[in-house]
Design a protein around this ligand. Sequence first.
Ligand code: ATP
Length: 290
Amino acid sequence: MTPDLLEQGAQRAQAQRETARQNTEAGGQQASYGRLLKTGEVDVTHGRILYLEDVSVSFDGFKAINKLSLDIAPGELRCIIGPNGAGKTTMMDIITGKTRPDEGTVFFGSTIDLLRYSEPQIAQLGIGRKFQKPTVFEQLTVFENLELALKMDKSVKSSIFFKLDSAQGDRLADILHTIHLADSVGRQAGNLSHGQKQWLEIGMLLMQDPKLLLLDEPVAGMTDEETARTAELFLTLKGKHSLMVVEHDMSFIKTISDIVTVLCDGSVLAQGTLEQVQADERVIEVYLGR
Ligand SMILES: Nc1ncnc2c1ncn2[C@@H]1O[C@H](COP(=O)(O)OP(=O)(O)OP(=O)(O)O)[C@@H](O)[C@H]1O
């Protein structure tokens, strides 16, 4: 792809997204009461894309998650903090189907009971997960990694004969811009910096157009500049996707957060703005004061 084509593709994809956003704002909520949801659509008419209620799981008698309840609004960027062992990773494992809870309710939108689905099916439903370590294909170029992410999307049939159509090409160009890698499209992923690899992996998730993205310590090991650019990236994604970000880096949380949920001993200890939770005595005691 030439820089010109990339630029044009990115602009077309941006324009399409803007139209979709305006349509949603103009009537998405009301409209969805009166219409059937299309395949792959998530019913967010009750204002929640993710809903957990009284979820518990024990490992050898130890309650890692203990009557955990929380919900996330569509388009929200929710930050999750908490001391080591609070249950943050286990919570993500439950949402993505890696771990089955002993009890509780986990819904995607108001109609999809996630406990009825397997891990690959949950990914297919539109929940993307980014683990802490970047897992890109080091031998392939940035472009090839993104293209491959689309091929791995099971909804794209016949991947052997797969060729990007123009809408997919535009989306790829748009994502390249979003993840700050438009200038590195032909570079081998193995030669990227740690931060760039993390962005590329986020781009690979975005190629599958997830509705909800779960990100585990996305800025761990990044330089200050990379961290700042990642904050920018997340703020761009907010609204178009729902995001749940687990992080220990408080200055990063400060830059991106609206609502922060503090987990401790497998349940929600406090929730509010970062200022509010930082002023909460219980939080100071178990976490921030350490
Ligand atoms: N498969 C497992 N078997 C036994 N115990 C487990 C298992 N998975 C998690 N745990 C325990 O459950 C608790 C919660 O772990 P979890 O990894 O979810 O915490 P966390 O908040 O993500 O911690 P960190 O910030 O250190 O990553 C810990 O005490 C952990 O040792």
